[in-house]
Design a protein around this ligand. Structure first.
Ligand code: GLU
Length: 479
């Protein structure tokens, strides 16, 4: 049975790239009716961030990427949080020590780092020749017992090559003489990522290791571990890099890249999922909108692309706009209203007015909080006209008479409804012998401050007579 995992480290915020890894692992498993598991990789204590683990659970929950196994869904006695599995890693390190494939290393980290830095300053390749490699096991054990600080390293072969086939990137070969003896257990007793991920992927029966291609260069280290531990190799699926147009890579420690911000701004999980499915996958047809069920059906590893892909907020907005406009009216109202309430005082507005205002923009919003921006014209005290608008108002001598006639019509309207407003607009056009454009545009500019926008009659209806008259009066002298 196909089994994949999402294995985040709780070291920061979660960004689009992290969600993409989770989604692709989920889709690979579900496409084959297999299982998707969650594993928390918290073995780097120095980088662990408070609240990050919670964010992982919330993320998977929000995007409905339900895991079959994971924290709180343990199978048997298996733990899915690495810091609670230290004994397991230790026992495997001991196996390798016994087989002579690993050794205790007592080298001082500082000396090692100095050597490494010196080499990098001199632009030399640094390959640490560890003197501890030849210390006999008995002597090493005595030093450990005596309380000396140590790490456990794997002996890497000095010759030969290590090869594998990645299901996305194809056949890859590495020369072993480029590899240092890798640390398996750090001096704090925690395993390295390299060691823990190999053991866990094997013990958790992962069939397809799916992760970002930044891990490709470490593949020989993992492969040599699979071999040393006599573990069968799983399939490897490395995913192309996700970049942003503006600043290149996404960063977990960067609050600006936090996915939660997108949700807070009113991007819908379904739209985000649909969009990020395309970050490194191509259905090879023209279909752009996919439900999660369709993605599960269509997703195929052979359609994962290699080239780095670009996270484009504009494209995500395009998807989101589509998903917002597909909502039913009531859901849409419930979704957008909080964003309006957050910014404007709605106390003296009726429910009907609020709903009509929200619905006016239903097919035009790119994200929920945009409602506050686009409806600003309904709440502002004064309208400020920019140069372009003023020039328009001065562009034709018919315009003052259009605005004057419109004002009179509005003042004499005693039944404020959409139909009457539409009739007023038509009457102004006929009375002033104007065109539709020369009637609608000046009115729009004067009452909204914009030369574009939603249906004029609906805007007028929502603005109300008093506001319209006030804005018409205030504009006198500008044209
Ligand atoms: N724990 C790693 C991270 O958060 C993921 C590694 C993996 O998927 O194998 O970057």
């Amino acid at each position: 049975m196909t089994k994949t995992r999402f294995a985040p480290s709780p070291t920061g915020y979660l960004h689009i790239g992290n969600l993409r890894s989770a989604l692709f692992a989920y889709l690979i498993a579900k496409h084959d009716e297999g299982e998707f598991i969650l594993r928390i990789e918290d073995t780097d204590k120095s980088k662990t961030m408070i609240g990050a683990e919670e964010r992982i659970y919330n993320l998977l929950n929000t995007f409905q990427l339900t895991y079959d196994e994971g924290p709180n869904k343990e199978i048997g006695s298996t733990e899915y949080i690495q810091s609670k599995r230290l004994d397991i890693y230790k026992s495997y390190a001991e196996k390798l020590l016994k087989k002579g494939e690993a050794y205790y290393c007592f080298c001082d980290k500082k000396t090692l780092n100095t050597q490494r830095m010196k080499a990098s300053e001199e632009k030399q390749n640094f390959l640490y020749e560890d003197p501890c490699r030849i210390i006999g096991i008995e002597e090493a054990k005595n030093r450990v017992l005596a309380g000396e600080s140590y790490t456990i390293r794997q002996k890497m072969p000095k010759t030969g090559q290590t090869s594998f086939r990645d299901l996305v990137y194809g056949d890859i070969t590495f020369d072993n003489n480029t590899l240092e003896d890798q640390i398996l257990i750090k001096s704090d007793g925690f395993p390295t990522y390299n060691f823990a991920n190999v053991i866990d992927d094997c013990l958790m029966d992962i069939t397809h290791v799916t992760r970002g291609c930044e891990y490709l260069s470490s593949m020989p280290k993992y492969l040599l571990l699979y071999d040393a531990l006599n573990f069968p190799r799983p399939e490897f699926v490395h995913l192309p890099l996700v970049k942003t147009k503006e600043k290149g890579t996404l960063e977990k420690r960067n609050k600006e890249d936090d996915l939660i911000d997108l949700l807070n701004q009113g991007f819908l999980p379904s739209a985000i999922i649909n969009y990020i499915a395309f970050l490194g996958w191509n259905p090879k047809n023209n279909q752009e909108f996919f439900t999660i069920e369709e993605l599960i059906r269509e997703f195929d590893i052979s359609k994962i692309t290699k080239r780095p892909c670009c996270y484009d907020l504009k494209k995500l907005e395009w998807y989101n706009k589509h998903y917002i406009s597909m909502m039913n009216d009531q859901d849409y109202i419930n979704f957008t209203r909080p964003y309006l309430e957050n910014v404007y005082n709605l106390k003296d507005k009726t429910e009907e007015w609020i709903n009509n205002l929200l619905l006016l923009f239903k097919h035009h919003l790119h994200f929920g909080s945009e409602i506050a921006l686009v409806s600003n014209l309904f709440f502002r005290e004064t309208i400020i006209l920019d140069k372009k608008c003023i020039n328009y108002l001065r562009s034709d001598e018919i315009i003052p008479s259009v605005l004057k006639t419109f004002k009179e019509e509005i003042e004499n309207c005693f039944d404020w409804n959409l139909q009457n407003i539409e009739e007023i607009l038509k009457r102004v056009e006929t009375k002033t012998n104007s065109t539709k454009e020369k009637t609608y545009m000046p009115i729009r500019i004067v009452v909204t401050g914009l030369n574009y926008g939603r249906e004029l009659s609906k805007i007028l209806f929502l603005l109300g007579q008093q506001t319209i008259i006030k804005r018409l009066q205030n504009s006198i002298g500008m044209y």
